[in-house]
Ligand binder design. Structure first.
Ligand code: 6LW
Length: 497
């Protein structure tokens, strides 16, 4: 096993991909974040650009303020059929499965069609030759639906239970390939035991015979630097070759290690032997991953980016927990600034006023210019309400704060004069593993002085902002917040190092 580099780094799990002509489109889960379901475009499956978010308005995506972190939007399936794009997904915090459609994948997408008759999670869509639409869900069960109305016909029917003894048959995707219908699933749960299995049958309803070589993909019980590989989708390229997108994690800090970027999207080639898929090594090469996830004509570019907040809307890569009301997050209050107006909640609360972007590199440097004269806010690295580190300023002081589980600690502080200042965090992989207590990385928070030098105020162990410690399905999001009053941010800069 040679490992690999994600083609879409940072927390972009449960990828689902489809192709229209020479264009590929891919969607991922987004959980408690708004807008939801990031949508990417590529011409080569390696370099991706985010072109929007499928669920980008209330009514499409309502996440109750009391919905938990890692609740919300699970596992979409993205397909193109009958001249339209279709996306089916589960909102575990608001009504279950829903279906939206669009002619332009960049949006707008339709209002959701609710699917009360479709049980469970991880819904898939597949159409038979006669236009019958089959919805297959984790378990693995199936029911016929009308994708235009959401009507279901009959009762869900178990069509495969996966490999005997394997847990959690989920993430089903159904394909008509040649003379067979193939049913691809994930098994083993999304941690270190994760894997992909496949079965095939004469019809979309089965019966299905399992592949003798199952699991066709897993890194369980290996020392591959990419672990938890699973939750895959297949796509055929214009040249006839087949490819698999899948999720994986990159643990650091020794074995079993801690992963901090969440489950990322990887790519692997697929060949066919005796009518069964054979999955090759993950696409590698650092150049595969540095992708600028910026919408519009930006296209793929260097992974580094700087946002001067000149546009009236935030780029699609910016996300907020549960909602992003314009009354609290706006670039129209002070031109060329992102203005956050606190809602009385700290980052410990589900309705904190926060806007951030996924951490996409194991080592990176982030800076922001903040004017805290009218409030209190700053730069945070967030995993959830109980796991976040931040450097914040108000008119009198700058301080570094850590929330780990029940404990909230002020680790350092320095008096201020109320002037705007540059806050920063350097996130560096911990290179020496001699110290068994050493985590995957160190997060050093500080301020950039007027002469450009960076003064560190506190260095924190990245172990506690990892999924192995915090649990859940997401990854780190680095962003800006207001804990009190009104806070203006002039720019935000992210640079892999
Ligand atoms: C996803 C399911 C899963 O719906 O995790 O562990 C859920 N398996 O496939 C969220 O990613």
């Amino acid at each position: 096993m040679t490992g690999g580099h994600p083609v879409i780094p940072g927390f972009h799990p449960d990828p689902s991909v489809c192709r229209v002509g020479d264009d590929y489109y891919l969607a991922c889960s987004s959980f408690e974040y708004f807008p939801g379901v990031p949508l990417f475009h590529s011409r080569d499956l390696v370099h991706w650009t985010q072109i929007g978010n499928v669920l980008d308005r209330p009514g499409q995506l309502d996440l109750p303020v009391d919905s938990p972190s890692s609740g919300g939007i699970y596992a979409p399936t993205l397909r193109h059929h009958d001249g339209r794009f279709w996306l089916i997904v589960t909102n575990v915090s608001d009504g279950g499965n829903l279906l939206v459609t669009a002619t332009d994948p960049a949006g707008p997408w339709s209002d959701p069609v609710r699917l009360p008759g479709v049980p469970g999670i991880d819904p898939d869509l597949a159409w038979d030759d006669d236009g019958t639409c089959w919805c297959t869900v984790a378990g693995v069960s199936q029911i016929r639906i009308d994708p235009y109305t959401g009507e279901t016909f009959g009762e869900p029917r178990r069509i495969w239970s996966g490999t005997p003894g394997a847990k959690a048959p989920e993430a089903p995707h159904l394909y008509r390939i040649g003379d067979h219908w193939y049913l691809l699933i994930a098994e083993g749960g999304t941690e270190r035991g994760h894997g992909v299995s496949v079965a095939r049958g004469p019809a979309p309803t089965g019966p299905f015979e399992p592949c003798p070589a199952n699991p066709v993909l897993t890194h369980r019980s290996t020392d591959d630097p990419v672990q938890n590989t699973g939750h895959a989708d297949l796509v055929q390229a214009p040249d006839g070759t087949w490819w698999m997108v899948l999720l994986g994690v990159r643990p650091r800090g020794g074995s079993p290690g801690w992963h901090v970027l969440g489950r990322e999207t990887f790519l692997a080639p697929v060949t066919w032997e005796d009518g069964w898929p054979v999955v090759g090594a993950l696409v590698s090469g650092a150049q595969a991953s540095p992708v600028e996830h910026r919408g519009g004509p930006g296209g793929t570019g260097p992974a580094a980016y700087r946002d001067d907040f000149e546009d009236t809307e935030l780029a699609p890569a910016w996300i907020s927990p549960r909602s992003r009301p314009a009354a609290h997050v706006t670039t129209k209050e002070r031109p060329g600034h992102l203005t956050l107006l606190a809602a009385g909640a700290s980052l410990d609360e589900p309705d904190a006023v926060f806007a951030g972007r996924r951490q996409e590199h194991l080592s990176c440097r982030v800076r922001t210019s903040v004017d805290p004269a009218q409030g209190c806010g700053g730069l945070a690295v967030r995993l959830d309400e109980q796991h976040h580190y931040e450097i914040e300023a108000d008119a009198a002081e700058v301080r570094v704060v850590a929330r780990i589980g029940p404990a909230r600690t002020v680790l350092a502080s320095r008096p201020l004069n109320g002037e705007p200042l540059v806050l920063g965090v350097d996130i560096a992989e911990t290179r020496t593993l001699s110290d068994a207590r050493t985590g995957p990385d160190t997060l050093t928070f500080g301020v950039t002085e007027p002469d450009g030098t960076f003064t560190a105020l506190a260095a924190l162990d990245g172990r506690y902002l990892s999924t192995e410690v915090a649990g859940g399905f997401t990854g780190r999001v680095i962003g800006l917040y207001a804990a009190a009053g009104t806070v203006h941010f002039d720019w935000f800069a992210y640079e892999p190092v």
